[in-house]
Write a protein that binds this ligand. Structure first.
Ligand SMILES: Cc1cc2nc3c(=O)[nH]c(=O)nc-3n(C[C@H](O)[C@H](O)[C@H](O)COP(=O)(O)OP(=O)(O)OC[C@H]3O[C@@H](n4cnc5c(N)ncnc54)[C@H](O)[C@@H]3O)c2cc1C
Length: 379
């Protein structure tokens, strides 16, 4: 008997896979999302800073810059339309010495090149008006940065995709994908351990931390392609006591060399909780414990800007893991969003290395992938 055929299979019901489902579901009513967890957004999407970034950090030719700037606008509009809680609280990138001032001026120029609106360089006096309690000699003010309830965003994308007729199958893991003349033979493991196979004309690999393994299953040499993922953990500490009220918006240091992360910064969630983080720790293990002794490193990092936060104020909060394709000594790398025709895999679209600003960019990524599907002529 011929296996069942679907038009589009999306692997992963994180914020990116669901955003792709939301847009691609207007192309067919035969779309399925496969997710190994019991619900949506249990992966990277539920362990991050929940910041709607403006798009100042990456070079203009990077998808990370283009999709962040576009995604920022799309996300604010989407939040308004579907009543997803968000706040445009703004951000300052603060310099504490002359060298950092240069870095911040460069960031300002890059932000302008990327088309970010409203950026302003501010003196220490102006900085005091924006954030009266923090220290710094110079800053970049970025009013377009905000925070979002990412869980509501994920639930909304899930609901919209289901309304349009997509199927989302939880507790089910993709364990094989093989190109055949009729499409991709997909093998999934059901919750009872049984294996089910079907053909999919198009496969979209949006599997976050295991997206390299899915590409590998399809026959791609992930080392040669630059698709190997180097998981990179980020821990957060939460600020207790009354001092959290002394910070209004988001406060970032001058960025780290090679942008392995944006530097330990403050974030606020929608409930008003002030957090510090994330640090950057390359790791082999996918586990989310927080090393309490790292509190010292956090305090040291923030002390020049937020001297009023004391050791007794901070407690471990949570951790997330970045799906980096940038290894520990590599230069910065862009998102991979590729229709793999050149690799002989017509119909396979890989989304790999979707680290920050992937949450901000999710809708722009969804639109881009819909465009790739349309251009493929496979539906
Ligand atoms: C510490 C940290 C801070 C961040 N802060 C921000 C921020 O402030 N702003 C921002 O814009 N971005 C931020 N990001 C990035 C953002 O969180 C991610 O880009 C985004 O969540 C990625 O979503 P995703 O859907 O690609 O991955 P995921 O949410 O991980 O979804 C992938 C899904 O695939 C499933 N899956 C994997 N393998 C299989 C399989 N074989 N079969 C079936 N299902 C499978 C997983 O279970 C998972 O649910 C941050 C990331 C981290 C780690």
């Amino acid at each position: 008997m011929e296996p069942n055929t679907v038009d589009i299979t999306i692997v992963g019901a994180g914020v990116v896979g669901l955003a792709v489902a939301h847009y691609a579901s207007s192309l067919t009513d035969n779309l399925v999302v496969i997710e190994r967890e019991p619900g949506p957004g249990h992966g990277i999407s539920s362990r991050n800073s929940e910041v709607i970034h403006a798009g100042i950090y990456y070079p203009p030719d990077f998808l990370k810059a283009q999709l962040c700037v576009k995604g920022n606008n799309l996300l604010y509009e989407f939040c308004e339309r579907y009543h997803i809680p968000y706040k445009k609280i703004g951000k300052v990138v603060v310099g504490i010495n002359d060298e950092e001032v240069k870095g911040i001026e460069a960031l300002f120029e890059r932000g302008k090149q990327n088309g970010v609106q409203g950026l302003r360089l501010v003196s220490s006096r102006e900085l005091k008006k924006i954030e009266p309690h923090i220290e710094g000699i110079f800053a970049l003010y970025c009013p377009n940065t905000g925070i979002i309830d990412s869980h509501q965003l994920i639930k909304t994308l899930e609901g919209l995709s289901l309304e349009k007729g997509s199927q989302i199958i939880y507790n089910t893991t993709l364990v094989g994908v093989e190109k055949t003349p009729k499409g991709f033979l997909c093998k999934v493991k059901n919750p009872d351990g049984s294996i089910y196979t079907f053909i999919s004309r198009i496969v979209i690999n949006s599997a976050g931390l295991t997206s390299d393994q899915i590409a590998n299953m399809a026959g791609i040499n992930i080392e040669d392609a630059g698709y190997k993922i180097y998981p990179c953990k980020g821990e957060y500490f939460c600020v207790r006591g009354g001092n959290h009220r002394l910070v209004k918006g988001l406060i970032y240091p001058s960025p780290l060399a090679r942008l392995t992360g944006l530097g330990i910064h403050t974030t606020k969630d929608m409930a008003g909780t002030l957090k510090l983080g994330p640090n950057t720790i390359y790791t082999d293990k996918i586990e989310y414990t927080i090393e309490v002794t790292h509190a010292k490193e956090f305090l040291l990092a923030i002390k020049p800007i937020l001297p009023f936060i004391k050791e007794e104020d901070i407690v471990p909060d949570m951790a997330g893991i970045r799906p980096k394709i940038q290894g520990p000594n590599d230069p910065i790398k862009d998102f991979v969003i590729a229709h793999e025709t050149k690799k002989g895999l017509d119909g396979m679209i890989n989304l790999i290395g979707i680290e920050s600003p992937g949450l901000t960019a999710c809708l722009a990524i969804g639109q881009m992938v819909k465009g790739l599907i349309k251009d493929s002529g496979l539906l």
